[in-house]
Ligand binder design. Structure first.
Ligand SMILES: Cc1cc2nc3c(=O)[nH]c(=O)nc-3n(C[C@H](O)[C@H](O)[C@H](O)COP(=O)(O)OP(=O)(O)OC[C@H]3O[C@@H](n4cnc5c(N)ncnc54)[C@H](O)[C@@H]3O)c2cc1C
Length: 428
């Protein structure tokens, strides 16, 4: 290929979306990716421990399908997509028994009241408190621990005391959730496959010089010169300094990165080996009533896509603690949580071995997705503001103000920055 006009760092969803946008317009693009594979945090695997069934280590649902470009594109291409609302069931366990209808109604009412109160609080002018601080101000309710654990700790992957309430409000997931039957990572690679010759895999960028008229990027395979660079790595990778910038990034960008730490959501999957299915229908979500706010816990999705495994989700500080303790500790935690839910039936149901995700300890990600600290909700747009007339720009899930932490946000951000870079380098 001739010298690229635009170098994209990272072949996750944002990088792939930017590359296909630019390549379709005839721009010369190179996609520099640290790993031997593309897809980033959208990654479908077929582990032997799950009998070869598809398992998404990262993203699995197409959230907010109504405004998700990957849902639109998939439907247009005739891709099969499972609408999870139709199949959605849930089980709430209280002290080893299923919640009654009245208890479920109380949980739903508490959830709705909490959401309305927090949305109203977030809309008030003045300081942006943390999710936890805003919850402290509400009259106590025994279900608040569950609502907080699911809304902040699992969905936002953040500790509630460190999560901006304004950002939680802006990024609440609404609308339809769709599930690609063979895995979202595989789906992303089908829909956003980079054009031939564009992807340079196993090519980590260690330094970007953006001081002259163009940019140069250092990799172990040599230096790449281009007119502009789009950087899509996680804020965890940026904050760790795995890529150095010359000249140093301006204060607004550096402060935005510091204000957008990575949260952690981890998954542990276990396969059922006999006929025991714990009376759970496929796709069912299971949670237990928590005794106190902040209690470590795992929620489960049973038999996703009709497969023989359950997937446990754990987020926030408890997930970071397990990431430090290692994969076996995560498996043990999942088995202990299943035993709390289903007693000895759980021990009989699952085969030895498990699959546990490692986003927190993996140096190419250093977390699941970014969340802003209280008062820092504007950091997402600050990070997304291109530098040097578009010669250097950042994109990815962290940069989207209302679909952050999702593949939809990453696609939209990648395309928007690609459009700006395309104009900046005069390709139009
Ligand atoms: C457990 C988990 C569950 C999730 N569930 C969902 C879900 O159900 N639905 C949803 O929409 N979203 C979900 N997400 C979030 C979603 O996966 C991300 O928002 C999205 O994939 C991020 O894409 P990105 O392109 O911004 O970043 P990334 O995917 O991180 O892409 C950045 C790329 O840069 C590469 N890279 C890193 N360092 C370098 C370097 N120095 N040089 C070159 N390349 C480098 C990385 O390898 C990576 O490929 C989940 C995430 C996790 C972790």
């Amino acid at each position: 290929m001739n010298a690229p006009e635009i170098a994209i760092v990272g072949a996750g969803v944002a990088g792939l979306a930017a590359a296909s946008f630019l390549a379709r317009r005839g721009a010369r693009v190179i996609l520099l990716e640290a790993l031997p594979r593309a897809g980033g945090r959208a990654f479908t695997d077929h582990p032997a421990a799950l009998g070869g069934a598809p398992f998404d280590h990262g993203a699995s649902w197409l959230h907010s399908a109504e405004r998700n470009p990957l849902a639109r594109l998939g439907r247009w291409r005739g891709e099969a997509l499972i609408d999870t609302a139709r199949a959605r069931q849930r089980l709430v366990i209280i002290a080893g028994r299923p919640a009654t209808e009245a208890e479920l109604a109380a949980r739903d009412a508490a959830d709705a009241a909490l959401e309305a109160a927090l949305v109203a609080r977030a809309g008030r002018p003045g300081a942006d408190p943390s999710f936890a601080a805003a919850l402290d101000d509400l009259p106590p309710n025994p279900w608040h621990a569950n609502s907080e654990a699911i809304e902040a700790t699992l969905i936002a992957a953040a500790d509630p005391a460190r999560l901006s309430l304004a950002d939680w409000r802006a990024n609440r997931l609404e609308g339809t959730n769709l599930l690609p039957p063979e895995g979202l990572g595989a789906y992303v690679l089908r829909l956003l496959a980079p054009p031939a010759g564009v992807l340079a895999a196993a090519t980590a960028v260690s330094r970007i010089d953006w001081g002259g008229g163009g940019v140069t990027l250092e990799t172990p395979r040599g230096t790449v010169a281009a007119k502009a660079a789009i950087v899509t790595v996680s804020t965890g990778v940026l904050a760790a300094g795995h890529i150095t910038f010359t000249p140093a990034l301006p204060v607004t960008t550096a402060s935005a990165i510091a204000a957008l730490p990575m949260g952690l959501l981890s998954k542990v999957a276990l396969r059922a080996e006999g006929a025991e299915r714990l009376d759970l229908p496929p796709g069912c979500f299971v949670e237990r009533r928590l005794d106190a706010r902040g209690e470590p816990f795992m929620a489960f999705n049973a038999w996703p896509r009709g497969r023989d495994h359950v997937v446990g989700f754990i987020g926030g500080g408890a997930a970071w603690a397990l990431a430090r303790a290692g994969v076996k500790a995560a498996e043990d935690f999942a088995r202990a949580e299943l035993a709390r839910l289903f007693g000895t039936r759980a021990a009989r149901a699952f085969a030895p071995g498990a699959v546990a995700t490692t986003w927190g300890s993996d140096a190419t990600f250093l977390g699941a997705y970014a969340y802003p600290l209280p008062g820092a909700a504007a950091a997402r747009l600050a990070l997304a503001t291109p530098l040097a007339g578009g010669r250097l720009a950042f994109a990815g899930e962290a940069c989207h103000p209302t679909l952050a932490g999702t593949v939809a946000g990453a696609v939209i951000s990648g395309r928007a920055v690609a459009r700006a870079a395309w104009h900046a380098v005069g390709c139009s």
